[in-house]
Design a protein around this ligand. Structure first.
Ligand SMILES: Cc1cc2nc3c(=O)[nH]c(=O)nc-3n(C[C@H](O)[C@H](O)[C@H](O)COP(=O)(O)OP(=O)(O)OC[C@H]3O[C@@H](n4cnc5c(N)ncnc54)[C@H](O)[C@@H]3O)c2cc1C
Length: 509
């Protein structure tokens, strides 16, 4: 019987894995993962992503072993690996999931498509999210998402007929070998299906009780949020399994558990947003580099200030909540949505930095980097989508609202631990006597704010609003809503379009 190759990418599991199920039903299977130097050399790749993938691959290999197979791990560019493979072990079918990745993986997939056509290999790509390839219209998208998550799970094969390659190394590459030199956050989440299942179980049964009301503050969010994002981004769990398990949990809740129920319902909405945002990149891959609304071109591009960028990325803006978030990211690879939005807002408004370099830096900081969500959010929080109201997060107000006692700031910024509450969120106002008492010299032990927050934010908003008011910019908005805006249920029935999910998102967080 002809051999099929299953090419694992960001789908590192055997459960609910349509590509593996289809290949196994046809006969012998070779399970392949390829470390591609061209992908790992991109500015959005980080050591933590590599290590998380390696951990997940070890776990995947264990799952395959239980089915009588092994994972073949190879380093090289995919078309070259496939060519070598075809010579050593002819195959007719290649199976993988449909990936909505960055520009490099998009071009790589096009090259694989050409290679398959030339060599007479059939490549089948299987959707793993509720993202629709070659979507003609956003109308009815929510119904299609629902159909995707309700569809039966692909059954894991009971036993695999395995083929292995004599020349495959099955060795994990090290970060330096792939040109990665950044630090792996010591407290980041570890990869693999086993841990993913534990996190899901723990969230659904315990932590989700605090989801509602707990996800905004950086103090409560690490436990109140599901923390499933890296497992969804690398496919250790399927989106369908998570939605299904959540709905089962919802069905089992007693009627009096209203708070818990509302939290879990809000969580399911976010799982839909996950695909809603990835759909944008799927439909318009250019949004990774270009303003979604081209009317904002030229607004920030020529004003990049390297000193502002360095202050932000090195966590020395002088605004304690901002610098504490950067410190937490460095240590854990995660912060919650509100703090991510605040970091981008600070970059985009008072520091007037273009979203692309900021996004590359944050992509490396976020263990859960998912290009479709990431670049859409970067543009949304920078005001370049043309369809979202300007949301500027003031880091001092955010600190007062979400860390009023300064526990979060003190935890991540030891230098400020002895600063009294009255000055903690605005240390630059400390009189010299207080500085002496708490041992913090402004400008030496703690940086002065990189710009005047109020003035710089006002200037930035004026520049953005002047651009937004231009007739040609206003005229371009309707087309973006038509292409990318989600439809409310009512709008889906009437055919009206509006940016409902984004509006809801702004108000809920
Ligand atoms: C500038 C910026 C960049 C971001 N980049 C990423 C990214 O690269 N990868 C990523 O997974 N999330 C990203 N997010 C969205 C969000 O912050 C994270 O999904 C969330 O913090 C992950 O933690 P969690 O799994 O505990 O979240 P939960 O609140 O438990 O959410 C569960 C899941 O829903 C999805 N989700 C949650 N919030 C959103 C949202 N606003 N938009 C789309 N999907 C959402 C994610 O898959 C998440 O894992 C970004 C947000 C901002 C503001």
């Amino acid at each position: 019987m002809a051999l099929s190759v299953v090419w694992f990418k960001r789908d590192l599991r055997v459960q609910d894995h349509a590509a593996l199920a289809a290949a196994a039903a046809r006969g012998p299977v070779l399970c392949l993962y390829v470390f591609e130097p061209s992908v790992w050399q991109q500015p959005d790749a980080a050591t933590q992503h590599l290590h998380f993938v390696c951990e997940s691959l070890c776990d995947l290999d264990q799952s395959l072993k239980a089915l009588g197979a092994r994972l073949t791990v190879v380093s090289g560019e995919v078309t070259e690996v496939l060519e070598q493979l075809l010579l050593a072990q002819p195959f007719e079918h290649l199976h993988s999931h449909e990936e909505t990745g960055n520009g490099v993986t998009y071009l790589r997939d096009q090259a694989v498509q050409r290679w398959c056509r030339e060599r007479g290999v059939i490549w089948t790509e299987w959707p793993q999210f509720g993202v629709v390839r070659r979507l003609r219209s956003r109308d009815g998208w929510a119904r299609r998402w629902e159909a995707h998550v309700r569809a039966p799970q692909a059954l894991a094969p009971k036993r695999l007929q395995m083929v292995s390659l004599p020349w495959a190394e099955s060795e994990m590459p090290d970060a330096a070998g792939l040109g990665l030199s950044d630090q792996d956050p010591p407290q980041r989440q570890r990869g693999g299906r086993v841990l993913a299942a534990e996190v899901l179980h723990d969230f659904l049964n315990e932590r989700s009780q605090s989801y509602r009301g707990g996800i905004s503050s950086p103090l409560s969010a690490p436990t109140a949020c599901s923390r499933l994002s890296p497992y969804l981004a690398h496919g250790c769990l399927s989106l369908r399994e998570v939605v299904r398990a959540t709905r089962e949990r919802l069905a089992a809740l007693p009627p009096e558990a209203r708070h818990h129920r509302l939290g879990l319902e809000a969580f399911v909405s976010r799982l839909a947003w996950h695909c809603h945002f990835i759909q944008k990149l799927e439909d318009e891959p250019e949004l990774e580099w270009r303003n979604l609304h081209r009317g904002y071109d030229g607004l920030r591009e020529d004003h990049f200030n390297p000193a502002h960028f360095a202050a932000l990325t090195e966590g020395r803006t002088g605004w304690p909540l901002v610098d504490a978030c950067v410190a937490m990211l460095r240590e854990t690879g995660w912060v919650n949505f509100r703090m991510r939005a605040m970091l981008v807002s600070v970059a985009a408004y008072p520091l007037w930095l273009h979203w692309r370099p900021v996004g590359e830096w944050l992509a490396r900081q976020f263990l859960d980097y998912e290009p479709g969500i990431h670049w859409s959010q970067l543009q949304m929080q920078s005001g370049t989508t043309g369809i979202n109201t300007t949301r500027v997060y003031n880091p001092i107000k955010q600190a007062k609202d979400h860390d009023p006692q300064g526990h979060f700031v003190r935890r991540w910024l030891p230098v400020l631990r002895r600063v009294p509450d009255a000055w903690l969120l605005e240390p630059w106002r400390m009189p010299p006597s207080v500085q002496a008492r708490c041992g913090v010299r402004l400008g030496l032990d703690w940086p002065l704010p990189v710009v005047d927050l109020e003035y710089a934010t006002r200037e930035a908003k004026t520049r953005l609003h002047q651009r937004r008011a231009l007739p040609e910019v206003k005229a371009g908005e309707a087309d973006i809503v038509r292409r990318h805006g989600s439809r409310s249920r009512a709008a889906e029935q009437t055919g009206r379009t509006r940016s409902a999910a984004e509006a809801a998102q702004q108000s809920l967080f």
